[in-house]
Design a protein around this ligand. Structure first.
Ligand code: IPE
Ligand code: IPE
Ligand code: MG
Length: 253
């Protein structure tokens, strides 16, 4: 069993501030093109938005922030862009890790690491190790991550660990093998850049997450835009299958 209950097995306790926010940081390329800049200028600028958002989340007591940085399908992009993104990731890790550590932030990377170079993998491991015991915000970066990859790798591990249960596995058996076993399911999902799709992000974990889509391009996603997302979240009624009446008068439910 994982540390956290599953939204389909137990009704989660929810609050006004999302405990876990998962973000698809989209629109960097379009931000740059609008300014007649190369697409990669948008990625570079996007790192600053990450910095601002991390600070904001820590301020309002969000416990987990998960950012989609590179999908398993992003390898389909032009080679120069992929190379630039890997370099940017490496530089950002190197540059930001001490500041994260000072701020008691724990950094975790999820995704298939086998396609990264040795230097990047070492940088990731050292950043994770340095911040492993921090008790503040848990910042997860999803890189070469795909929701289907995650479910499949977890399924394979689950089966390997308990072959005798084959054919009788239950939903909760998989939780401890999923990449995000250390976090509750996201309360709020944000996608910037105007597209209204999941793009193979956390498929399993988004079962009951509140989805928020905004036209704002990632480099423009500032404190005010974030506050709007939080406001929208606070207006939702999270029913998890129940009726509205049950939630308003839980005692006569
Ligand atoms: C998101 O911005 C960043 C990554 C996918 C790495 P995009 O690069 O997808 O920006 P658009 O969607 O082309 O504007
Ligand atoms: C999703 O954005 C992945 C990341 C933000 C890392 P994309 O821009 O790659 O998504 P699609 O291709 O438009 O669905
Ligand atoms: Mg995009």
């Amino acid at each position: 069993m994982g540390l956290f209950s599953s939204s389909t097995q137990t009704i989660p306790i929810t609050g006004d501030v999302p405990a876990h926010i998962a973000v698809i940081m989209d629109g960097n390329g379009r931000w740059a093109r609008k300014r007649f800049l190369p697409r990669v200028a948008g990625h570079k600028r996007g790192v600053e938005t990450v910095r601002t958002l991390v600070k904001k989340c820590a301020e309002i007591n969000v416990k987990y922030l998960t950012l989609f940085a590179f999908s398993s399908e992003n390898w389909r992009r032009p080679e120069e862009e992929v190379t630039f993104l890997m370099g940017l990731f490496m530089d950002a890790l190197k540059r930001e890790v001490f500041k994260l550590h000072e701020n008691n932030i724990r950094l975790v990377l999820i995704g298939d690491r086998s396609k990264f170079g040795a230097a990047l993998n070492e940088q990731i491991i050292s950043a994770e190790q340095l911040t492993a015991n921090n008790t503040g915000l848990v910042l997860t970066i999803a890189a070469n991550y795909g929701g289907r990859w995650d479910v499949m790798q977890a399924t394979n591990k689950m089966h390997l660990m308990n072959p005798a249960k084959a054919g009788k596995f239950e939903e909760q058996d998989i939780n401890q093998y999923l990449s995000m076993h250390y976090a509750p399911e996201p309360d709020l999902f944000i996608r910037t850049g105007g597209e209204t799709r999941i793009s193979n992000f956390l498929l399993w974990q988004l079962a009951y997450t509140e989805l928020y889509f905004t036209e704002v391009l990632w480099p423009d996603f500032d404190g005010q835009a974030f506050a709007k997302a939080i406001q929208s979240f606070q207006q939702r009624e999270r029913r998890f299958g129940r009726t509205s009446e049950q939630i308003k008068a839980p005692t006569d439910a």
